[in-house]
Design a protein around this ligand. Structure first.
Ligand code: FES
Length: 218
């Protein structure tokens, strides 16, 4: 069933049960986002990146658009001062643990962080937050790809995409807090061969944190 709502003074249609983020994107209204997958129902959205803030009439504070279900007659504002301020803070937090070395990154010019920084007009500097990076710079234990923790925004998309292509997910979050990284379970040669033909995690990564080794170490 289709419902009607208002976003940025435009009347738009949305599928019942879909998220505010999905409805706005489908209507051509861009909201920055990193951790959302198109198949996500609002209740399943991890709401991890905290970039997709919007204001909605009836809500006391801005909310993550990926985690809110559309309702008939809803009024949404995607570009208010409060929304932009929260989005810029979320981006700065992500950049505070991100190695900004775009020239040497395989995702250069296709990186979602670059696109969002451009959209928000912030650039890729992370002031006023101090930049803190992880060691080591690269994890090369996987047989066919490398993982760069300081490019990873921990959106979790690779972790969630993997089991859509394999009987068991080969990826998971590992460690805690600042030390959190994407780890993989021990990969036997058969599973590794499967990884080469699959590439779903590599292709879903928004920042070039997962890189096929044959394509170079970035
Ligand atoms: Fe909504 Fe990441 S897309 S919090």
């Amino acid at each position: 069933m289709t419902i009607t709502l208002t976003a940025d003074d435009r009347t738009i249609q949305a599928r019942e049960g879909s998220s505010v983020l999905s409805a706005c994107l489908l209507a051509g209204i861009y909201i920055p986002h990193l951790c959302w997958l198109e198949a996500d129902a609002p209740a399943d959205a991890p709401a991890a990146c905290r970039l997709c803030f919007v204001e909605i009439d009836g809500f006391r504070e801005p909310v993550a658009a990926c985690a809110v279900t559309v309702e008939n007659g809803m009024t949404i504002r995607t570009g208010t001062e409060a929304v932009r301020s929260l989005q810029k803070t979320a981006l700065k937090l992500l950049l505070s643990v991100h190695r900004v070395d775009c020239k040497h990154c395989p995702a250069n010019k296709a990186c979602q962080l670059q696109n969002i920084a451009k959209f928000l007009g912030t650039g890729l500097a992370c002031k006023p937050f101090e930049r803190v990076l992880k060691e080591p710079e690269v994890d090369s234990r996987h047989p066919v790809w490398d993982y760069y923790p300081n490019r990873c925004v921990l959106c979790g998309i690779c972790v969630r995409v993997c089991p859509q292509h394999h009987p068991h997910s080969l990826l998971s979050f590992a460690r805690r807090g600042f030390e959190t990284v994407v780890g993989y379970f021990d990969v036997d040669p058969v599973a590794a061969a499967d990884c080469v033909s699959c590439r779903a995690c590599l292709e879903s990564c928004p920042t070039g944190a997962l890189v096929q080794r044959t394509a170079g170490k970035g």
